[in-house]
Design a binder for this molecule. Structure first.
Ligand code: NAD
Length: 275
C-alpha cells in the first residue's frame, strides 16, 4: 500500500491516516485492529486511558504483519504524570501492548492543575533516549505549554494531537506548530461522527462520488494533518481508508475553509479540564 506519510523533525515518519480506538472495548480491540490492518492501515492510535492496550497488541501480533510495519501510538494517563510515575506507567503500557517499543508516546493532556507536565516531559526525553519510544510528543497542549517544556528541556515534541475538524480548524494552533516544526494531528476528525451530515460536505461528496466521511478525512490529509478516524464497523473502517484515489480541488478546499466556526469544540478545553 502506498500511503502518505509525514516526516517528523527527529527523522522518523508517521502514516498520515491511522485508526483511532477510543471507546473501542478491550474485547473487540483485537479484531478491530486486524480489520484495519487488512484494509491497509499501518497506524493505530491508542492510550492507556482507553483500557484496550492488550487487545490492540493482540490485534497487531495476529495481523500477519511484522511489528516494524505498524506505527503504534499510546498515551500517558493524566493520573500517571510526574517523572517516576511516567517511567512506571510507560513500562505498564509496553507490557499491556506486548511490545518492546512504541513508535510514538504522547502526554495525553497538559492537565495544568496538576503542575506536572514539565517533569513528565523530562521522563519522556529519557524514554526516547532509551529507544523505547521512537518518537515523543504531546496532546492537547496549548502553545504556552509547548514553549514551557521546550524551554526547560530543549526537546521539541514531534507532534501535538489536538481536537480538529472542519468546524473547529484550529488555524492558530496549526501556525504555532509549523513555526516549531511540530506536526499537527487531528482527534475527533469527523466531529465524533456528527459532522458527516453537513450539507456542504455532502455536496462535495456527491461531486467526487465519495462518502462524506471520506471527504472529511481527505480534507485532513490535504491540509497536511495526521488523522485518526475511529470506527468499530468493518465497512466503515474500510471506507475511511479509501481516500487515496481522489483529491479535493481548490473550490472544495475554499468551501470547507468557510465551515470553520471558532469555538465549536466538542471535547473539554485542555486549559481548564480538571482531570
Ligand atoms: P471521530 O471524529 O473519529 O468519529 C468517530 C465516530 O464517527 C464513530 O464512532 C462513528 O459514530 C462515526 N463514523 C466513523 N466513520 C464513519 C463513517 N465512515 N460513516 C459514518 N459515520 C462514521 O471521533 P473520535 O473517536 O472522538 O476521534 C478519533 C480518535 O481520536 C479516537 O478514537 C482517539 O484515538 C483520538 N482521540 C484523542 C483524544 C485526545 O485527547 N488525544 C480525544 C478524543 C479522541
Amino acid at each position: 500500500t502506498t500511503q502518505p506519510i509525514i516526516t517528523f523533525h527527529d527523522g522518523h515518519s508517521i502514516p498520515q491516516v491511522g485508526l483511532g480506538v477510543w471507546q473501542t472495548p478491550q474485547e473487540i480491540a483485537a479484531p478491530t485492529v486486524r480489520t484495519a490492518i487488512a484494509a491497509g492501515y499501518r497506524h493505530i492510535d491508542t492510550a492507556s486511558g482507553y483500557d484496550n492496550e492488550e487487545g490492540v497488541g493482540e490485534g497487531i501480533r495476529s495481523s500477519g504483519l511484522d511489528r516494524k510495519d505498524i506505527f503504534v501510538t499510546t498515551k500517558l494517563r493524566n493520573t500517571d504524570q510526574g517523572y517516576d510515575n511516567t517511567l512506571r506507567a510507560f513500562d505498564g503500557s509496553l507490557k499491556k501492548l506486548g511490545l518492546d517499543y512504541v513508535d510514538l508516546y504522547l502526554v495525553h493532556w497538559p492537565s495544568p492543575h496538576r503542575g506536572l507536565y514539565t517533569e513528565t516531559w523530562k521522563a519522556f526525553v529519557r524514554i526516547k533516549e532509551e529507544g523505547r519510544a521512537r518518537s515523543i510528543g504531546v496532546s492537547n497542549f496549548y502553545p504556552e505549554h509547548l514553549e514551557r517544556i521546550i524551554g526547560e528541556t530543549g526537546v521539541v515534541p514531534v507532534i501535538n494531537q489536538i481536537e480538529l475538524h472542519p468546524d473547529f480548524q484550529q488555524k492558530a494552533a496549526q501556525e504555532a506548530h509549523k513555526k516549531l516544526n511540530i506536526a499537527t494531528e487531528s482527534w475527533s476528525p469527523l466531529g465524533q461522527g456528527q459532522f458527516i451530515s453537513n450539507p456542504v460536505i455532502g455536496e462535495i461528496a456527491r461531486k467526487h462520488r465519495k462518502t462524506p466521511a471520506q471527504v472529511i478525512i481527505r480534507w485532513h490529509v490535504d491540509t497536511g494533518l495526521v488523522v485518526i478516524p475511529k470506527s468499530v464497523t468493518p465497512s466503515r473502517i474500510e471506507e475511511n481508508f479509501q481516500v487515496f484515489d481522489f483529491k479535493l480541488d481548490a473550490d472544495d478546499m475554499a468551501a470547507i475553509a468557510k465551515l470553520d466556526s471558532a469555538g465549536a469544540r466538542m471535547g473539554p478545553d485542555p486549559m481548564t479540564a480538571a482531570f
